[in-house]
Design a protein around this ligand. Structure first.
Ligand code: ADP
Length: 874
């Protein structure tokens, strides 16, 4: 016979069903408990003990739990571990449950406390300080496929930022790579869904619903004033908001009016480019070693988040870039101003995120304090900036956003204590003098506490027991305690004490006087708490009403932080303001790779600066030279300099003239992508194909060692054809590093191509890599010297040398691998000619009917085939 589950188990199972694949945190007193598979998962991820509790279906129920007061830390680890968590809270007290049972006529002793899922905690819907990384935005993205297009909606509910865009299926990967979302949702019937995507009902993604919700949230009759949004964008917005509703159980978090992101406003980069330039993350994962780690000198988390966004999506609009550069220049030129501002910023709390929590209904008194402090720091910064002369446009635009909160700041300053607590329930955050009735209540409980201290002294004297104490605990409240040996004195009927509890070594009592004072404290305390709570609600209401203005202040602070931090970085690294142009050129004097330079500096090594001068007549540089000679570094430093400049930063160079690019492509070393399940060569070709189909005349492409993933012949042939295609068809700026010596012959046929190499010298039999770029083809490859440098044993090197000599002799005779390639028509011409070559041998074999051959015929055929093969080879 199957057991009937206990009422608690029934309640649990119903809630678990509602939670779906999220882990269910089931509140029981001071713990959140997890059961069944949830418990197994959580105990593994959190490394906490797995126990059992009761039985279900004849089996012990696995269980583990985390204390409520430290739940945030555990939640953080679960979210990091890829879990989602549904929080089921008790929605009534045990007393209320018993009252309800009485009313309903069910057994009071077994009354079950009602519970409900109050929130779904997911990676993309966090607002808690402890769960968020201060220097990283936390994005939730919704994808809505609508006919041929995809709508993308993204928001960071910790600050309210929301953006909508539309892209094609091809561009989706690049867009997602740019956004770096913590969580992605899409309709459950979408064919292109990838792992980790959260499937939501198709009905959630209706553009009319999206439009209606946005109008409603922002109280506007039409969205026209906010921007122009397409159907796919609105469908994505609908899906996003529906998911937020679902996760917040109906409480919508903070959303600012959406911004429509136009295509073409930014320097486009695909996922592979981002990865190879290591913009926000180094190849091995993590921030250390990335470009942002090397550039970021922001004083605030909000500034660091803004900088990450700027580097992820550099601009393609010259005017906007110039405005940012002028902002950086302003702080660059004034070290004192910069130091002053940065000192203030360093103390400014993260008001954007505090606001996010308050609007989401998860705010604390501390968040109100942060808003107060942040807004008043903003005001100080405003005053400093406003007193300056010749403020650049970007900064003067900030002036208004930084001020204008005087009344709110004043109110918060009067109402709150200097550092309000994170706990709202305990009170103690409203300043004295703000509310006289609250002060009076506090005085009552203060006096009562004093009275209790006086009672203790009095009872000690009366009972002649120096060890008598008045104590307090949660269960008994106030009580009098004496050691067991003095208990009898107080037990006497006329002692005025009533017995409450006998412990191992002590006895506890109550008294009328104590009871009266305790009641006074409890009553005054409850009233005071209620009063503070009321003030809290009122203050939060005031902040929420000003949310858009506060968010604008937060954004202005972040932008000022970015400008001054970039100025700081420029001074520190002796960076230069780039000159931005519309012509397709890239003239960099004394360029450096900031990350490599920083790494070298740690070991006391010097970075060798190099120039790059690409222009309409010389737009493709073919760069040869030994491995480890600095080719990749040179390629990347130029791409990074362009990226930094278009993000509005100074650049690590003595000077730079940069023609705006529309797209940036970087392919450097495909060898690390094996983990993604494709062969190195396949990855390389897929990525090269993307460049050939997407780059325009305004793009900048860096290609490193294309073709090295396959055999020498294949690889060189492909590299050859790719260089030609870039030169003839794309006609974009390109740096192409290769160790195929033979490609240098391309210089004979390609006018806008020039040859360069990284210099190396042999000194006393050892190879010295100079990391210096020079004109002309590399004289030889130095492969053996590099191998020697790497510690390959001398006998092996010697043997290799003998083989090489032999090969080189052969090359002299035949003219080498690339013999005759110079006469090939160029890519553009040859691509149109149909491929006519046929494999005679294969055709002949194919035509053979083996079963129909006599042994004699077969032998003849073999001779024939051998002759054909001989011809092909000759
Ligand atoms: P390649 O692509 O030619 O194999 P890399 O660009 O990977 O060479 O450079 C190899 C190493 O040489 C780098 O890790 C760096 O330590 C050093 N290096 C590269 N460029 C420079 C430079 N300009 N100045 C000093 N050291 C450099």
């Amino acid at each position: 016979m199957a057991d009937t589950p206990t009422p608690m188990m029934q309640q649990y199972l119903a809630l678990k069903q509602e939670a779906g694949d999220a882990l269910l945190f089931y509140r029981m007193g001071d713990f959140f408990e997890l059961f069944f598979d949830d418990a197994r998962v959580a105990s593994r991820v959190l490394d906490i003990a797995l126990t059992t509790r009761g039985e279900h279906g004849g089996q012990p129920v696995p269980m583990c739990g985390v204390p409520v007061h430290s739940a945030e830390g555990y939640l953080a680890r679960l979210i990091k571990g890829g879990c989602r968590v549904a929080i089921a809270e008790q929605t009534e007290t045990p007393d209320e449950a018993r009252e309800r049972a009485k009313r309903e006529g069910s057994p009071v002793s077994k009354a079950l406390v009602a519970r409900d899922i109050v929130r779904l905690v997911t990676a993309g819907t966090l607002t808690e300080e402890a769960l968020l990384e201060p220097r990283r935005a936390n994005l939730l993205v919704a994808i809505a496929p609508v006919r041929d297009a995809l709508g993308l909606a993204c928001c960071d509910i910790s600050t309210g930022r929301m953006e909508l865009e539309e892209c094609t299926a091809d561009a989706l990967d690049a867009a997602l790579a740019r956004l770096g979302a913590s969580e992605v949702v899409a309709p459950d019937d979408w064919d292109e869904a990838f792992p980790d995507i959260i499937a939501r009902p198709r009905a959630d993604f209706r553009s009319e619903a999206g439009e209606a919700r946005l109008k409603d949230i922002h109280s506007v009759a039409t969205l026209d004033g906010l921007g122009s949004f397409t159907r796919p964008m609105l469908a994505a917005a609908a899906g996003l908001i529906a998911y937020l509703d679902h996760a917040g159980r109906g409480t919508l978090p903070f959303l600012l009016p959406p911004v429509a992101r136009g295509s073409g406003a930014h320097l486009a980069m695909d996922a592979a480019t981002r990865m190879s330039l290591e913009i926000l993350e180094a190849q091995g994962g993590g921030r250390a070693g990335s470009l942002i780690a090397c550039v970021d000198r922001c004083a605030t988390g909000a500034g660091a988040r803004q900088l990450a966004e700027d580097l992820s999506a550099p601009l393609a609009d010259r005017n906007a870039i110039e405005q940012r550069l002028a902002g950086v220049h302003y702080f660059h030129a004034d070290p004192l101003l910069r130091a002053d501002l940065r000192a203030i910023l360093r103390q400014a709390p993260d008001i954007g995120r505090a606001l996010g929590r308050l609007v989401a209904g998860r705010g604390s008194p501390r968040d109100l304090g942060q808003i107060r402090d942040g807004l008043s720091e903003a005001r100080r910064i405003r005053d400093i900036l406003a007193s300056g002369t010749d403020l650049p446009t970007l900064l003067s635009r900030m002036i208004d956003a930084l001020g204008g909160h005087a009344a709110l700041v004043d109110h918060l300053a009067r109402a709150l204590v200097p550092s309000p607590p994170t706990e709202r329930g305990q009170g103690g955050f409203i300043a004295s003098g703000y509310d006289h009735s609250l002060d009076a209540l506090r005085e009552i409980s203060g006096n009562a506490r004093k009275a209790i201290a006086a009672l203790e002294a009095k009872y000690r004297e009366e009972t002649d027991t120096a060890s008598l104490k008045v104590k307090h605990n949660k269960v008994l409240g106030y009580f009098i305690e004496v050691p067991a040996k003095h208990g009898d004195k107080l037990m006497a009927a006329d002692s005025g004490f009533t017995h409450r509890q006998t412990m191992a070594g002590a006895v506890r009592f109550n008294s009328l006087g104590l009871h009266e004072e305790a009641t006074r404290i409890a009553e005054a305390g409850a009233h005071a708490l209620a009063a503070e709570d009321g003030h809290f609600e009122e203050l939060v209401g005031e902040v929420v009403a000003a949310r858009e203005a506060i968010a604008a202040t937060a954004a202005a602070l972040a932008r000022i932080d970015v400008c001054s931090a970039l100025a700081e970085r420029a001074v520190e690294g002796d960076w230069a303001r780039p000159e931005m142009l519309d012509e397709p050129c890239l003239e960099i004097n004394g360029g450096r790779h900031p990350v490599v330079e920083q790494a070298l500096a740690k070991t006391g090594d010097r970075f060798v600066v190099n120039d790059c001068t690409l222009g309409p007549d010389d737009r493709l540089w073919l760069i040869g030279g030994p491995n480890m000679g600095g080719k990749s570094t040179f390629l990347r430093q130029n791409a990074i300099i362009m990226l930094l400049a278009q993000a509005g930063s100074f650049v690590p160079a003595a000077s730079a003239r940069i023609g705006l690019a529309d797209r940036l492509f970087s392919r450097v070393g495909a060898s690390d992508n094996l983990a993604r399940g494709r062969s190195t060569f396949m990855v390389e070709m897929v990525e090269t194909a993307a460049i050939l189909s997407q780059a325009t005349e305004k793009s900048f492409v860096i290609l490193d060692e294309v073709g090295r993933g396959t055999s020498t012949y294949d690889g060189m042939a492909l590299a050859w054809a790719v260089v030609e295609a870039v030169h003839e068809n794309l006609q974009c700026r390109c740096l192409f590093a290769t160790h195929y010596h033979e490609l240098s012959r391309l210089a004979d046929t390609c006018d806008a191509l020039s040859l360069h190499h990284v210099r190396a010298r042999e000194w006393k039999g050892d190879l010295v890599l100079l990391h210096e770029l020079a004109k002309g083809a590399a004289d030889r490859s130095y492969g053996l010297s590099v191998a020697k440098l790497a510690g390959v044993p001398p006998p092996v090197i010697k043997r290799a040398k003998a083989v090489l000599d032999k090969l080189e002799k052969g090359r002299e005779k035949t003219g080498g691998l690339a013999a005759g390639l110079g006469e090939l028509p160029l890519f553009a011409a040859s691509a149109q000619a149909e491929e006519k070559d046929r494999d005679a041998l294969r055709d002949a074999l194919h035509a053979l009917d083996i079963d129909a051959l006599s042994p004699r015929d077969a032998l003849d055929k073999l001779y024939e085939l051998k002759a054909t093969a001989g011809e092909t080879k000759a």
